[in-house]
Design a protein around this ligand. Sequence first.
Ligand code: MCN
Length: 861
Amino acid sequence: MTEAPERYVGGGVPRKEDPALVTGEAKWTDNIKLPDMVYVAFLRSPLAHAKITHLDVSAALEQPGVVAAFTGEDLAGEWGPEGGEAERGPGYALLPEEERPEVPETEVIEESPAGEESAQAETFSFCVWPVTEGGLPVTEDMKTPTHWPVARGEVNFMGEAVAVVVATDRYKAQDALEFIEVDYEPLDVVVDMESALEENSPLVHEDIGTNVCYSLGLENGDVDDAFNRADVTVKERYIQPRLIPNAIEPRAVVANRDPEHGEYVLYSATQVPHIAKFVLSLSVGIPEQQLRVVAPDVGGGFGSKLNVYAEEAIALALTRRLGVPVKWNEDRSENYQATIHGRGQIQDIELAATNEGKILGMRVKLLADMGGYLQLLTPGIPVLGAFMYPGVYTFDAYSCEITGVFTNLTPTDAYRGAGRPEATYAIERIMDALARELNMDPTEVRRKNFYEPFDEPTDTPAGIQYDSMNMQAALDRVLELGDYEGLREEQRRRRENNEPVQLGIGFSTYTEICGIAPSQVNAQLGLGGGGWEYANVRFLPSGKVEVGTGTSPHGQGHETSWSQIAADALGITPDDIEVLHGDTAVVPLGRDTYGSRSLAVGGIAVHLACEKVIDKAKKIAAHMLEAAEDDIEFEGGQFSVVGSPDQNVTIQDVSQAAYLAGDLPEDMEPGLNENFTYDPPNFTFPFGAHVCVVEVDTETGKIELRAYYGVDDCGPVINPVIVDGQLHGGLAQGIAQALYEEAIYDEDGTLATASMVDYMIPGAPELPNYTLERTVTPSPSNPLGVKGVGEAGTIGSPPAVINAVVDALEPFGVKHIDMPASPMKVWKAIQNAQGRQAEAKEYDASLQDRAADVRQEGGDE
Ligand code: MCN
């Protein structure tokens, strides 16, 4: 047994996960090969909104290697809790060509035949967050469109699956798609949220009769009165472009039926095996106890794999129907069209304040793009943000109205930060606008409104309670780090000299809500799932330990962090611990990984399960040492009698005794194996202060990120190396949103940024070296005092970057630039602010002409 030093928590223990990841030993879903496995490819709609008037897969069936092909109608009996009970037609997997049945042409579907056959589900959706049933104050009924895994009769976004081909290899399946006959009748397309709400707008879902998915309002205090009393008000409109998540590993699925036990097994590159098991059992009609979901190594998710997708349901239905293992790998174009998108909001925000810069009230109106259907959490994402618009500022009156809007675009859902980057961006941008209005330094107006430091739950304008905060310390330190005075001095010099490259200094002082937990709040918000987390800690007879966790890491390093927590609690070394996760047969209970919840909920469950183990072990140790339990102390993996340190047993001795079970205290169960299901009393609220320094070339619009300083506070740190990594990745994504990334659609709902060539993901050369420090303000909500960190960088950084760009351009009168702040936008903003709109327009027109020429040249070739 390796000797345990004093403590591992807080130390930079190397990540246990990395050797496998960097030596090609990781187990990706795509590495799974099973006998007789067949491969799925999807025909996807090229149109954003259309009726399917003709669909015939029979020619695809004749192609080499193809074993089956289905339309949405063919699979209609597969969905819902009774799925699979309906008449499913012949199973023709792997039959020689001559024995394959004729597949009839699918008729035009005027009206869904659902309901005519009792076993067919009449409606279907993956959404589990009906936000309006949760008792929030002002709501209208949420509309949930029927969302078949394979379209039936109509498509509602570009990339929606229209037909499925199954073949003996992936490429044959892909090739056969070309032989599917499909005709569409295009329908009017809804792309823009504001137009969608106009009276005569075309409807995304004719049967729903409106493009409003839901509207919801929160109000605390007398907002009108605050605005009446205000010396100054500022009002801004911010656009949150849609973002496309780009995990290194696209989605991947293998479904199989265990021939011996009849159990279905789904391997999926998912963040949420436990949630997927529950939702898929209801979606496909496989009893929950007969479904096992495994998340092997997962190459990132950033929220996009916090979902239950049609392709997972289809793979299960196909393996049930065909009797062979089924595999699907998403390609990058499918990733761009059929995996959820993030953000997609229009924010109108107003502040009422005194001449001294004290905020009196805030109004927010939010339009949130749902896309063509509701995915798992789509309607809830803006609601998460609604609680965070007040940010790190205390004031009395706040209201927020959200309208969820259907469009014919890819559904939106959780993307790193999920609602909170949007909220933080709005409040941190408008704080700068208020500072400008009052001619105050942006740090001063922030300080005027900070909470006094606190370490007990404290009410916020949005009606929740922050756990602990000390913004002053974080801001003071980040100003020192960046040499704020020195930066302002340099800025003054450059301005005075009219230098073409100007310096900008941008701030963001942020907090965010890490969860999703506790369960009672989830229930109040209408979310169909608890916020607890489960852990199992068991000593094995040899004295080694297995820790089972319901979290499902996909890059966050839980194997390392949880080992550190358990090692300290049990007095052993991380090397003697194996962390098990991501398989519902190995860890049956769990709520998975998202919302920067894993440490503050799942890590705490591990800690508390360890304490239960120690409690029991202490009883056994007392019995072994023939002492009273109260006289036993535990330290460094050893139980000893108080005052007689020589009378001792190690925890491994105790473990052995627990399993030998020859001489245990009376009525004690053998073994040393404890579970803990932890449901926290509150969320955790990490916070921090960021400063971004940019150099903007005012002649070309080019932005250079010169430096980025951050002082973040996520409470005590379990592993500083992992926390730095989380912050670096998060900052990169926030900077990407501010400067580079945007999903662009044309007026027909066609995704123009449909590949990595067109969608600009920054690489290392575009990103600065970060200078990061931490303050430590423990959370009173959990015994380790920890807060989450997985999204903090993404939430804090976009406003710091844009505030810096706008600050650089202050001498030109520029007050706002939309994200992403491309050189073109920056250059145009300067022209417009200088009254040179004509030049900007002229340049625009010349670009349009050039684009037309290029298209023409392309067409001529
Ligand atoms: N940690 C720590 N001390 C703290 C806080 C956190 O040592 N005080 C460590 C934790 O022990 C854990 C890691 O930091 O190892 C992240 O913990 P936490 O903040 O609880 O976040 P989660 O583990 O729940 O991860 C979810 C979060 C989210 S929501 C997204 S999105 C995201 C992210 O994590 N996606 C990621 N980080 C990612 N990192 C990678 N590599 N890939 C993704 O897809």
